[in-house]
Ligand binder design. Structure first.
Ligand SMILES: [Zn+2]
Length: 138
């Protein structure tokens, strides 16, 4: 069991559990148990991505701490929870709103943006997506 001095937490001692517990229970004890290291938790990066080869648009989330990732082109992809780092994370509302709007502009089946004629300007949502999209290999 790891103990530390109360007046100098940088000094650690590794003692058999029975001895450590006796020292901890002594009146006026000068030692304390070393606290476990803090759990490192990441934050999911939620983004709408476009496949470099497939052109498929998907909602992607990944965590750089645990390496978990999820990619979905489902209509309700923004409602899925991202389980990682011992926690469950919901899609941020602004990304969920963007996904709902972009999904309306996807071809059923292919998951690609609906092609408009060259003379037909994209609507504001599609323009905003095209400026902010991230390309990935899906
Ligand atoms: Zn994580």
């Amino acid at each position: 069991m790891k103990l530390q001095l109360k007046n100098d937490p940088s000094r650690h001692f590794d003692l058999p559990r029975e001895i450590a517990q006796i020292l901890l229970l002594m009146p006026g004890s000068v030692v304390a148990e070393v606290p476990p290291p803090p759990v490192k938790r990441g934050v999911g990066i939620w983004q709408i991505v476009e496949g470099v080869f497939s052109g498929r648009i998907s909602l992607s989330v990944s965590c750089s701490v645990c390496g978990s990732a999820m990619v979905s082109g489902a209509q309700k992809a923004h409602e899925q929870k991202f389980i990682h780092c011992g926690t469950s994370e919901a899609c941020p509302p602004e990304v969920a709103n963007q996904w709902r709007e972009v999904f309306k502009r996807l071809e059923p089946g292919s998951g690609r943006l609906i092609r408009r004629s060259p003379s037909d300007a994209d609507d504001p949502v599609t323009q905003a997506f095209k400026r902010s999209r991230v390309h990935c290999q899906i």
